[in-house]
Design a protein around this ligand. Structure first.
Ligand code: PMP
Length: 376
């Protein structure tokens, strides 16, 4: 047992522990408490949200409110549609070429595991003859610790779109500014959406799985500019067709109603925190604290080029990897959950999404310093 046992901590519930899971990830305690209070009887209707028709007036109001909250939090311009879909971010790896390749070519930047999966899937449609898929550059030679210089990118002339991943959840590498490439930017923001203010008008389409900064798994959000809605190939399944889903207000079939409702509660919570600007400042403080602890020590290491270090996912290794198991066992005994790194990178990873307060990161840092003092 560590000498640094963490007392159970949360602003509102003494049973909840600091959770650094990469996803499904921590959800604000206040949101879960509100969902709990509304679980059996939503606003005096005698049913749970889960038991309502998605076409009922009550549910439509829940759905519309969630969308308008998201629009206001992200200042989404009117010429963008917001879709609440299913299939996770991974299904978008297929939906994107099926909707947007349109003869191609399309450019893809590979900066880690997730953008790597996206291009691999897109290549299947190249084989079908939907258009060429061009990898502009890959960070593989650096083990995805940096982004290849833009001067080396092999951009296509007249690309239908440019795909990249703004935050590589596994490698802890984040691209903070949208690349200026000309083609419409299609960006995977699964693990960084709502973490900092962005200018939506710089993107053609933003997509994100919900299970990190939005709510429970099962929901996928697409924010797409109107002019990209009607380009789908005839091979595109109806449910993946952005234009069709926009026409049907994401209710072509039964949507993930409860996840959508919960996302709305998370948006309410985020608004109460002061919105994306305010949470962005806290996120920066959390990341700075953790990276400083790592950089101040020769016991811990993070290999990512400093300008691209993720403020959401912080992987770190121990100089002596034979201590990994002990670190993980002791941190868990101390009440710090889900710090195991992804097998591709090894070591540890702390995911510090919006719902992870600064106090949890402080507890982690205190544990890390104590562990180093005992084992270095
Ligand atoms: N993209 C990124 C950046 C991710 O982090 C993940 C999941 N961790 C995915 C895509 C895949 O998401 P899903 O499991 O919802 O398909």
């Amino acid at each position: 047992m560590s000498s640094n046992t963490v007392s159970k901590t949360s602003t509102t519930d003494p049973h909840r522990l600091p959770n650094f899971c990469a996803g499904p990830a921590a959800i604000p305690t206040e949101v879960l408490a509100r969902a709990q209070s509304e679980m059996l009887d939503w606003q005096g209707r005698g049913v749970s949200v889960m038991e309502m028709s998605h076409r009922s007036k009550d549910y439509m109001a829940i759905a519309e409110k969630a969308e308008s909250k998201l629009r206001s939090l992200m200042a989404i311009p009117d010429n963008y549609k917001v879709l609440f879909l299913q299939g996770g971010a991974s299904l978008q790896f297929s939906a994107i070429p099926l909707n947007l390749l349109n003869g191609g070519p399309a450019d893809y930047l590979t900066t880690g595991a997730w953008s790597g999966k996206a291009i691999k899937e897109a290549k299947r449609y190249e084989t079908l003859g939907l258009g060429g898929i061009n990898q502009v550059a890959t960070g593989k030679d650096s083990n995805f610790t940096t982004v290849p210089a833009m001067s080396e990118w092999q951009l296509s002339d007249n690309a239908a779109y440019f795909h990249y991943c703004a935050n590589e959840t596994i490698h802890g590498l984040q691209i903070f500014e949208p690349p200026q490439v000309g083609a419409p930017l299609i960006v995977d923001m699964s693990s960084c959406i709502l973490s900092q203010p962005i200018d939506v008008s710089k993107y053609g389409m933003i997509y994100a799985g919900a299970q990190k900064n939005i709510g429970p798994a099962g929901l996928l959000i697409v924010i797409i500019r109107d002019d990209l809605l009607d380009q789908a190939s005839e091979w595109c399944p109806l449910l993946l067709n952005y234009g069709h889903q926009a026409d049907k207000e994401s209710m072509s079939n039964t949507p993930a109603t409860y996840s959508w409702y919960l996302a709305g509660l998370v948006f309410d919570w985020l608004e109460a925190q002061g919105g994306v600007e305010a949470i962005g400042q806290i996120n920066q403080q959390k990341a700075d604290l953790l990276y400083k602890t790592i950089d101040d020590s020769s016991f811990y290491n993070n290999p990512v080029d400093k300008q691209y270090r993720s403020i959401m996912n912080v992987p770190f290794t121990l100089a002596n990897s034979s201590l990994d198991k002990t670190f993980l066992e002791e941190s868990e005994q101390a009440g710090l959950l889900s710090l195991k790194g992804h097998r591709d990178v090894g070591g540890m990873r702390a995911s510090i999404y919006n719902a992870v307060p600064l106090e949890w990161v402080q507890l982690l840092v205190d544990f890390m310093i104590d562990f180093e003092n005992r084992y270095a």
